[in-house]
Design a protein around this ligand. Sequence first.
Ligand code: ATP
Length: 245
Amino acid sequence: MIPKNHPRYESLVLRDKIKNAFKEGYLADSGMIAHGRGETFDYLLGEKTCPPAEEAMKVAVCKLLLAKNPVLSVNGNTTALVIDEIIDLATQLECKIELNLFYRSEERVQIIEKMFKEHGWDDILGTNTSELLNIDGITNPRSTASPEGIYTSDVVLVPLEDGDRAEILVEHGKEIITIDLNPLSRTAQMSTVTIVDNIVRAIPYMTKLAKEYKNYETKDLEKIIKDFNNKENLKKSLDEFKIKQ
Ligand code: ATP
């Protein structure tokens, strides 16, 4: 039990969630390493949402609302940290959720599918291995997607994604939005929109925006997107990493 007055309370709670996910068998050991890397960047960011991330989230929500087939892609870390928040965001955006695991095993898939059902989301895509298709027929195991989800999607939210998967999605015409605390990762660099923030802060903020923006007209959403430049925004995000004493 972590005492609530511990100076690193919130960070330790997240670490516990990740450790439990590993013990429960749905998070791969490398998922813990990825979390540790995220923690370091978040520490340097001051563990707060910065203005460039807010700007990227506004654009991201507009793109998801304007998309024909928007999909939220989830993995073990996302499930461990923000399962309810992802369900809330998908509900507001009226979009699909698809499971994509770097280290896929039937056991992990089944545990996560059951968890989503228990949390009120019955139709998570990407769980039926025999139905998965390889994007554009490429044989890389990171190219699989469900036919009604990522395979036919135009805009995909891929938080905490690895560069190989991101590259395949971008090269095959998808607009990708990532949430990644490391602005230098390959995924962050190649995404259409990069949100440099912790997923635990970003998803609830995006849900709040989605509630507001879903009443906007198309032209107003397009106006928010219009002047966004991901490379410039990434530079601004990098400037937020200041090591002060
Ligand atoms: P790439 O292949 O894109 O260069 P990578 O190999 O550095 O990425 P992975 O381990 O595949 O990274 O992906 C995890 C990424 O997610 C890391 O960049 C890490 O900083 C980030 N990350 C980890 N936890 C969080 C979190 N809670 N919120 C946002 N980002 C996170």
